[in-house]
Write a protein that binds this ligand. Structure first.
Ligand code: PEP
Ligand code: MN
Length: 333
């Protein structure tokens, strides 16, 4: 159960509501958000005197939620959440495309790609500075130097950027630099990292774990929201199935399912899902047709020379073609 407090609630009123709620259930958590503060009450409150809480002037509403995730559920917020960064808006009918290389490699590569994807209509840049690689011998990213190159690309294009954080230790550096912070598939259930993200004032782009169920995905987002950060973008990036032809399997059904269950925006990353550049455009179109609020697409000026994920990276001109075909799907509504 969630007890949503009115915006003008005083400290004394909040304390009184807390006292009454604790008489009903032991697990009461105070969540102070930037826009709204709520009490999350765990456990069974059937038979409790809810009227004594509902009658408090400071209580705006009480929301009974059936699912284990609460703040991320549609029951908590019936309207779509819109996450904004600069001029880029995602959710609530706003569709945005995020594009850029898998990894930041050097200034020329990052700035050139940024200018080109902007010219084709991307609303946000991407580029990994801290890379979560399967092999310890693969390129691990440029770290803080990579963040500086992303800042340079933002300065030149005016586009905001998203970049991944892979540890609590690096969080502050990424938070100071990035417009949107990515938590990647491999860290979707890194709970200390999710808790740190909950304390951030920056929006979080949370990618679905390789084998995460929809419920686990929403509970990971719940960690961030329960820390007080309401700005979460979900990203379907493909899941592990028996199929090996593609790198993962893009789970299109999760997009409308998230729309039913949650108010959070959901985007799709067909690049990591399929692992093959030739499949990216059709999957991007399918994701938008299924209701995605945006896309994340890997683009590299010279995919054959890319230090990471070259086989799934589009050349800039192909990205331009994708943008015009996706634009037709958006226009068709
Ligand atoms: C990425 O976006 O750079 C990335 C590593 O993606 P994922 O976490 O989805 O594998
Ligand atoms: Mn990649």
């Amino acid at each position: 159960m969630l007890v949503v407090m009115g915006t003008g609630a005083s400290r004394g009123e909040v304390a009184e509501a807390h006292r009454r709620l604790e008489q009903m259930a032991p697990g009461v958590t105070w969540i102070e958000g930037a826009r709204q503060s709520v009490f999350a009450v765990a456990g069974d409150v059937a038979g409790s005197d809810l009227a004594s809480v509902r009658s408090l002037r400071c209580v705006e509403r009480i929301v009974q939620v059936q699912q284990p995730y609460q703040l991320t559920s549609r029951a908590f917020r019936p309207d779509d959440t819109v996450v904004s960064s600069g001029n880029c808006k995602i959710g609530g009918g706003n569709i945005a495309v995020i594009a850029g290389p898998c990894s930041v490699e050097n200034e020329e590569q990052m700035v050139r790609t940024a200018c080109l994807v902007k010219s084709y209509g991307a609303a946000m840049l991407r580029g990994g500075a801290y890379k979560p690689r399967t092999s310890p011998y693969s390129f691990q990213g440029l770290g803080e130097q990579g963040l500086k190159l992303l800042e340079k690309a933002r300065e030149v294009t005016g586009l905001p950027f998203v970049t991944e954080v892979t540890s609590v230790d690096a969080f502050a550096a990424v938070e100071d630099s990035a417009d949107v912070i990515q938590i990647g598939a491999r860290n979707m259930q890194n709970f200390p990292l999710l808790q740190r993200a909950g304390k951030s004032a920056k929006p979080i782009l949370l990618k679905r774990g390789l084998s995460a169920t929809l419920e686990e995905f929403l509970l990971a987002a719940e960690y961030i929201m329960a820390g007080g950060n309401p700005s979460v973008i979900l990203c379907e990036r493909g899941i592990r199935t028996f199929e090996t032809y593609t790198r993962s399997t893009l789970d299109l059904s999760v997009i409308p399912a998230i729309k039913e269950l949650s108010h959070l925006p959901v985007i799709a990353d067909p690049s990591h899902a399929c692992g093959k550049w030739s499949l990216v455009e059709p999957l991007a179109k399918a994701a938008i047709a299924a209701g995605a609020d945006g896309l994340m697409i890997e683009v590299h000026p010279d995919p054959d020379q890319a230090l990471c994920d070259g086989p799934q990276s589009l050349k800039p001109e192909r990205f331009g073609r994708l943008m015009s075909s996706v634009g037709k799907i958006i226009a068709a509504g």
